[in-house]
Design a binder for this molecule. Structure first.
Ligand code: NAP
Ligand code: ZN
Length: 352
């Protein structure tokens, strides 16, 4: 066991502060990674504030961070896929049972024994729960470590490990999306990746935003149209026209307005995880035989496919790089939808 510098929330209402956490010595299959950048996901904020208490209560201290890129500094004797010096990523998952039907189907995120990167029971007993990427380093089983393309800017790669895969997975699963009319609701960390991927896959993309100051960016990121969701007339004009809508909103909102925009047999997939349940009108689904579904991150195999696609197509997140010490300000700004479009923490600032 060794001690590592980190930032942790001591309780749901306290600011994150500098601390020291234990990390296990790499065992046979483990890779030790020196963290270079860690993205700031809205899920970090939901968890720190214990907003998902009824589903996944938060254990304190909580060290968030599941958009990790770094360099391998040590490998266990049985590691075959990585060596010291490799550029690697870690997303939301660090372990699973490797044998259940979900693991066999490469959707480890649905394994009943999945270990998430933070706030999951720590099977190694190093600490009561796993500690995430707001830290100097992390030790992870090589089966949950991703290869990072070497041609991309690393600050912008980090958010691919959650915001990227969470939007890539449902867009890919939907089917042949080329030339289909796709809506992306909310232009935040997830939303802006959804726009980039939908565009790269050939869809006709419309962004729905509450923020007028994001309109030009949405077009620059690849959207064909932008709708201000507070404008009732603009919203009404979209009725019945979308094949697929990806809803990334982090807070309570009227989902029925978006269900009404789907075509016959159209589908809306929720990836946003607001604190409170959404209210759904059954009629919004009955008329037009529409489907509503959810999607949770993605498996390791498809995360690697997504990263390889990003390498080939030069896709990264748009980031504002911050020092670790600015994390509490960053959370306050995230709550005001004031980030273009992902904070990425420069971990060198934690070591200094
Ligand atoms: P984010 O960067 O804060 O983006 C959320 C966006 O939602 C905001 O930028 C804003 O976009 C819009 N929004 C915020 N409050 C709103 C409101 N009251 N009404 C309407 N729109 C609002 O967050 P994120 O990191 O992208 O995460 C989004 C959600 O997905 C979070 O709930 C997060 O926990 C969840 N998540 C889920 C998964 C999964 O596996 N399913 C993975 C990661 C994250 P505009 O300014 O454009 O309106
Ligand atoms: Zn996330």
């Amino acid at each position: 066991m060794s001690q590592t510098k980190a930032y942790a929330a001591p309780s749901a209402s306290a600011a994150l502060t500098a601390t020291s956490i234990p990390r296990r010595q790499p065992s046979e299959r483990d890779v030790k990674i020196d963290i270079l950048f860690c993205g700031v996901c809205h899920s970090d904020l939901h968890t720190v504030r214990d907003e998902w208490h009824s589903i996944m209560p938060t254990t304190y201290p909580c060290v968030p961070g599941h958009e990790i890129v770094g360099r391998v500094t040590q490998v266990g004797t049985g590691v075959t896929g990585y060596k010291t010096g490799d550029l690697v990523g870690v997303g939301c998952l660090v372990d699973s049972d490797h044998s259940c039907p979900s693991c066999q189907a490469h959707v480890e995120q649905f394994c009943p024994d999945a270990t998430f990167t933070y706030n999951s029971p720590d099977k190694h007993g190093t600490a009561p729960v796993t500690y995430g990427g707001y830290a100097e380093n992390i030790v992870v089983d090589e089966r949950f470590v991703l290869k990072v393309p070497t041609n991309l800017d690393l600050a912008g790669v980090a958010p691919l490990l959650c915001a990227g895969i969470t939007t890539w997975s449902p867009l890919r699963r939907w089917g042949e999306i080329k030339d289909k009319k796709v809506g992306v609701v909310g232009l935040g960390g997830l939303g802006h990746m959804g726009v980039k991927f939908a565009k790269a896959l050939g869809a006709k993309v419309t962004v729905f935003t509450t923020s007028p100051n994001k309109k030009d960016d949405a077009l620059r990121l690849g959207a064909d149209a932008v709708i201000l969701s507070k404008n009732a007339a603009e919203m009404k004009a979209q009725a019945g026209s979308f094949d697929f809508i990806l809803d990334t909103i982090a807070a309570d909102h009227d989902i029925n307005a978006y269900l009404g925009m789907l075509t016959l047999d159209g589908k809306l997939t929720l990836v946003g995880a607001p604190e409170k349940p959404l209210s759904i009108s059954s009629f919004a689904l009955l008329f037009g035989r529409k489907s509503l579904s959810g999607s949770l991150i993605g498996g390791i195999k498809e995360t690697q496919e997504m990263l390889d696609f990003c390498g080939r197509h030069n896709i990264i997140a748009e980031v504002e790089v911050i020092p670790m010490q600015k994390i509490n300000e960053a959370y306050a700004r995230l709550l005001k939808s004031d980030v273009k479009y992902r904070f990425s923490i420069d971990m060198a600032t934690l070591k200094g």
